[in-house]
Write a protein that binds this ligand. Sequence first.
Ligand SMILES: Nc1nc2c(ncn2[C@@H]2O[C@H](COP(=O)(O)OP(=O)(O)O)[C@@H](O)[C@H]2O)c(=O)[nH]1
Ligand SMILES: [Mg+2]
Length: 305
Amino acid sequence: MFNKIKEALKKTSEKFINTLTEVVTGKAVLDEDKIEMLETIMLQSDFGAEITDSMIDTIRKDMKSEKIRDVETLVLTAKGVLKDSLITDRNKAFEGENLPHVILIVGVNGVGKTTTLGKLANKMISEGKKVLIVAGDTFRAAANEQLEIWAKRSGAVIFSNYSKDPASVIFDALEKTKTEKFDYVLIDTAGRLHNKKNLMEELAKVKNVIKKQIPSAPHDILLIIDANNGQNALRQAEEFNSLLDLTGFIVTKLDGTARGGIIFNICSRYKIPIKYIGVGEGTDDLLKFNQEEFIDSFFEEILKK
Ligand SMILES: Nc1nc2c(ncn2[C@@H]2O[C@H](COP(=O)(O)OP(=O)(O)O)[C@@H](O)[C@H]2O)c(=O)[nH]1
Ligand SMILES: [Mg+2]
């Protein structure tokens, strides 16, 4: 698991770490050119201006107070800054006492909603849970097949009705959970652009319909974000969060991107936790997000040097 994160982060961490190690040269003298380079690299990797500024300021301050003396102490400072950026104030437990735990999956087109839902179902079933998948994307026929494949693969029960609108399908699906006991209900939705008002309003309606059936639900509303979406991902987070009050993010396609800084950026901006990360297309390529592990993986290469 550790290796998978490390592999996925490689493109983001490599440049960052190479430059970081060069920031302190010789007898702990700050190399100004390298500091500038570090700044550029962090911005290119989507860490965002706030974390980048904080990184540069903290390094300067810790150099001055001689807290940074060599590469090892520099890494401690850098780790501290990244850890601080991941502190969230909204950490609703993923496992709810109010079973079934209803999870609504939202996001723009192609970010990996259906795939992530499939991987989640798989994970839950392997833990012995009973899972209902609800096909809330009633717009595309292909979405139907894709979800059915995932349901079959994982052994989850699927609820669909492609002649109805999403809100009615979801309403009926939750009715079913009242007679058949499920641990988790995973609701897939159609991709929508965060700036398309009517489609966004439909999501608000979906949330209300869920509440009508189970007042404490949805227990989680997770926004799926593609790590490659850069600044646009931040806009998506903004719009979806203001409409739905998100409980968490899942960042997908971290494998092979050099823009993994987005993890720190969105988390620090919204103070909403990242629950999982997607590191590939396979069933097992969804990892529970663990701050410590993530940061350790990020810095592992440097510490081996
Ligand atoms: N490399 C990679 N591909 C992913 C990941 N998650 C999803 N995908 C791919 O992204 C594409 C779109 O996924 P899909 O689930 O259909 O997106 P949706 O439109 O949001 O439902 C598919 O080809 C997935 O296999 C990931 O973590 N890594
Ligand atoms: Mg989909």
